[in-house]
Write a protein that binds this ligand. Sequence first.
Ligand code: NAD
Length: 370
Amino acid sequence: MVRHHGKRGSRLLRAQVKAEFWKGKRVFLTGHTGFKGGWLSLWLADMGAIVRGYSLLPPTDPSLFEVARIKSVVESIHGDIRNLSQISTAMTEFNPDIVIHMAAQPLVRFSYIDPIETYSTNVMGTLNVFEGARKCSNLRAIVNITTDKCYENKEWEWGYRESEPMGGHDPYSNSKGCAELLTSAYRNSFFNTKDGPYLSSGRAGNVIGGGDWAKDRLIPDILRAFEVSQPVVIRNPLATRPWQHVLEPLSGYLILAQHLYAEGHKFAEGWNFGPRDEDVEPVEWILNKMVNTWGEGASWELDKTPQPHEAKYLKLDISKAKTHMKWTPTWKLESTLQRIVSWHRAWLSGDNMQLYCLREIKDYMADMSH
Ligand SMILES: NC(=O)c1ccc[n+]([C@@H]2O[C@H](COP(=O)([O-])OP(=O)(O)OC[C@H]3O[C@@H](n4cnc5c(N)ncnc54)[C@H](O)[C@@H]3O)[C@@H](O)[C@H]2O)c1
């Protein structure tokens, strides 16, 4: 639903996640035991979608999957995307209308330790999902989740546009660049018929939010240290990233799927979903805000040991999603950080985190429509 808002005589249009669209849709979601997949499972189920999740066991302990009881809202299948016959069968038996593929090995530092697992999951796993998709007779829309790191990083201050070359210095970024090339080859070769399915990809920024316990990610590292009143040890305080609350890219993926389903090929492309320019901040800025928001016991210090290469500067140009989908970011970075601290404190004090997440989703949807 596109809402109309009067503002000083002008009419602003903003895309909306349409609950009525998702009600009753059969959605096959890979990566539902992970951070983004857990949030998306709750959002989809809350709108009345019928979701089959397919993933390995949760990648962390604790995990959003356990903490927010994701298994109680979706059908959860434990499987490996590297196993072609298993993923194909899980997809064809379910007969989805929409596939959202986000299962991956998503960590840059781990990709230096195990490049084979990274490439086999992110490239061959994606290939297997596409092969499964070719056999699904009702399927109309596929959204493949890659990353802002898929672009060849030129260490410049401009945002990357969707038309820029794929690349990736480290195995993770590069595997996602490969997954993008695979997406365009499959779109051109197999998903090019008039009736679909239509294949697109979503490239988001650095996603943050409550419920992430991944290793070597800034927010989880910060919270783990603050919990025990230890200084968080930081590798690259000057690295600048396009930070965004997890519900921001998820809203982009959902709106993209709505368009793909209704309008097809026009939207079967790559799409950036990043934050506002002013929310692209260095790690140091995030640290200082988190220290102030958390309060007593919070501090950070610099890790001076040699570190593997990580890009210094990374930003996404979101003009395309703004212009063609009317998708824009909703929450500002500062309030996102406050939300993360509140979420984490609620978890520490034993709140019902499924309800807590659902309330956050409701707030987000309300704020999107203002
Ligand atoms: N978190 C971020 O900042 C960020 C930013 C941009 C893009 N992404 C992308 O978003 C997606 C989700 O990321 P996340 O942060 O939720 O990661 P996560 O590690 O929390 O979740 C990864 C999910 O993939 C599943 N998985 C991993 N290997 C698998 C395999 N071989 N077979 C089946 N399932 C497997 C895990 O079980 C888990 O469900 C990934 O594709 C990631 O690359 C994440």
